[in-house]
Design a protein around this ligand. Structure first.
Ligand code: AMP
Length: 591
């Protein structure tokens, strides 16, 4: 439970942080009633929509009738309805009020981008969760009148056949009038002008975020991005670009080869009003004094209080690198949500990201949880009947099911969470993984998390001793020959990855093979039903090429998550990985 801290009450959107926390305390204490009321509000407004009509709710808004009448649904079940809305059907198909736009989920974890409805209710819930998380962060790490170095990027917008805007949920939020009006307090802290956030080219925006951040160095109190990956990418870029950045500051002009967009150049010119050789020298001196860029963030932004962004789930891999750049600065894990809607806030910002939990907001949606029991030796889960928000048990695994104000009814989010405990009467969730299986050849089943654990185990057992780090990784179930086998791709931090000692990489390969410990895999390996694991060592910069490939297909950089398993159908990424392979090893772990 919360420790009371005596800090000044920071105002968020005209409301004091303490008032926000007080309201949060109230709804979390009364979670069961608040959930009933939330479902009542959703159904009072949307009970008559086409999707629900005919299911026999007959005006009922109580949880028992709702659960008895409305089936659990996946995105595939809702897709035909969402497609009709995207194509221009303005009748009440899923929501009484028409959707204001379409959100595109990232699709980088599942390979396919999903369409979802976006409306004002999602803007409101975004404001609500931002306020709560900001209030708790400010209580722990107070910031005042400072600026934020935010590596945020809007995404391309397209129009659906029916004329609705389709873009990422975050861009939909940034664009909304309510967001601009109510969050000016927080937004105005961003060092970069809007032209940079909404700029046409990712690399140019990233460079300008860094430049704007350096110009406001003394004022920066928060360094953040939506995902930890974006902060790591920013500082990897900084390692290569710092001399150009210093030159720009010295000259008082942004480099014409780095930034070509006229609107972005104009906006940056206003910031770079005059040559500043003093600042350029100071930045250069600080960079030169760093050892392997350890602590670059507090060195250059001495008033930064913390680094903030999503650091859990598939982002956990980047925490180590982030910690390196952050030196001793606290890392604060950001909220848990999806394009579908928000789930929970991190209200214990002092907890290290590896142990971060998300407290479910009982008034943000109506939640159910499908109990999951791992099936021994199978890698899958046995399911039981869904339970309500306040009926979950600490220590157990569940799949999240949401009913939202944006047209989702008993929707399976596909995420596996563990209940870590309770905050008042509402659960605190630990994100475990996405539910869909990734690596599977026959009876073996390994999830995104199993792969992460295997890569971590091999890195700890073999690579750490050689001072080698895994920059990024992915995998592929290769069934092009019989028997099939797992392929794991690693990008290492070695200056010349091709020259890394073959014995070390062979040991790493064997360790990876052994680390997939599910009985299906081990049995299949022993019987020869799965061939030896293949380890492919990649050139430096391979995952930047993968990122660029996704961007060229219109994927949003703000949502990018490295694909942890590349399917056969994803030939573009497989070609990049094949072209960037510098060494190949086959496991001898089961010889
Ligand atoms: P998207 O499909 O792009 O909207 O991404 C939503 C998915 O990202 C969620 O369903 C989760 O699997 C993952 N995600 C979002 N927030 C977090 C978080 N804080 N920790 C771990 N995973 C997250």
């Amino acid at each position: 439970m919360l420790e009371k801290k005596a800090t000044r009450s920071t105002r968020v959107d005209g409301v004091s942080g303490e008032a926000v926390i007080e309201e949060f305390e109230r709804v979390t204490r009364d979670a069961a009633n608040v959930q009933r009321e939330t479902l009542r509000r959703i159904l009072a407004e949307n009970g008559g929509v086409e999707y629900l009509r005919g299911l026999g709710l007959a005006g009922a808004t109580d949880p028992a009738t709702f659960r008895a009448r409305v089936p659990l649904a996946t995105h595939a079940d809702l897709e035909p309805y969402i497609d009709r809305i995207a194509d221009g059907d303005a009748s009440p198909v899923l929501t009484a009020k028409p959707a204001t736009s379409i959100s595109l989920s990232s699709g980088t974890t599942q390979g396919k981008r999903k369409y979802l409805l976006f409306n004002e209710e999602l803007v409101k819930s975004t404001m609500q969760i931002y306020r709560i998380s900001y209030a708790f962060r400010n209580r722990e790490f107070p910031v005042e009148n400072g600026k934020a170095l935010q590596f945020i990027y809007s995404s391309r917008e397209t129009r659906t056949k029916g004329g609705l805007t389709a873009t990422t949920a975050t861009t939909n939020v940034y664009r909304s009038e309510e967001f601009k009006a109510t969050m000016r307090d927080i937004q105005s802290q961003c060092c970069s002008p809007d032209e940079v956030i909404f700029g046409p080219d990712f690399a140019q925006s990233l460079y300008c975020h860094l430049l704007a951040g350096l110009l406001a160095a003394g004022d920066v109190q928060i360094v953040s991005a939506t995902f930890a990956h974006s902060v790591v990418l920013a500082f990897q870029t900084f390692e290569r670009a710092w001399e150009d950045l210093c030159a720009d500051i010295r000259r008082g002009e942004v480099s014409p080869s780095r930034v070509t967009s006229p609107a972005v150049r104009r906006a940056m010119a206003a910031l770079l009003a005059a040559p500043n050789p003093g600042l350029a020298d100071e930045v250069a001196r600080k960079c030169a004094a760093l050892s392997n860029w350890y602590g670059v963030i507090p060195a250059l932004w001495p008033n930064a209080r913390y680094v903030y962004g999503i650091m859990t789930g598939s982002m956990e891999h980047y925490v180590k690198k982030l910690r390196h750049y952050a030196g001793g600065l606290p890392l604060v894990a950001a909220e848990y949500g999806a394009s579908e809607g928000w789930v929970g806030a991190n209200v214990e910002p002092g907890t290290p990201p590896e142990r971060a939990t998300f407290t479910v907001l009982p008034d943000i949606a109506y939640f159910e949880f499908i109990p999951l029991k791992p099936v021994a030796g199978d890698g899958g889960y046995a399911e039981a009947e869904p339970v309500g928000l306040t009926e979950v048990a600490a220590g157990e695994l569940y799949e999240v099911v949401m009913t939202t104000f944006a047209g989702l009814y008993r929707y399976r989010l596909g995420d596996v969470v563990k209940v870590a405990g309770f905050y008042n009467a509402t659960p605190k969730l630990k994100f475990v993984c996405r539910r869909n299986l990734m690596l599977s050849i026959n009876i073996d089943k390994n999830s995104e998390q199993d792969l992460q654990l295997a890569v971590d185990a091999a890195a700890r057992a073999v690579l750490a001793g050689e001072k080698l780090e895994v920059v990024d990784y992915t995998s592929h179930a290769d069934v092009s020959s019989d028997p099939g086998h797992y392929v794991v791709f690693l990008e290492l931090n070695a200056a010349d990855p091709a020259a890394v000692d073959g014995d070390v990489m062979q040991a790493c390969c064997d360790e990876l093979d052994r680390a997939f410990a599910d009985a299906g895999y081990v049995g299949s390996r022993k019987s020869g039903a799965i061939a030896p694991l293949e380890l492919r060592v990649l050139q430096r910069g391979t995952f930047q090429k993968v990122l660029r490939h996704y961007l060229s297909l219109g994927a949003p950089v703000s949502q990018f998550k490295s694909p942890r398993c590349v399917s056969r159908s994803n030939s573009g990424v497989l070609q990049i990985l094949a072209g960037c392979t510098v060494n190949v090893f086959f496991s001898s772990a089961y010889d």
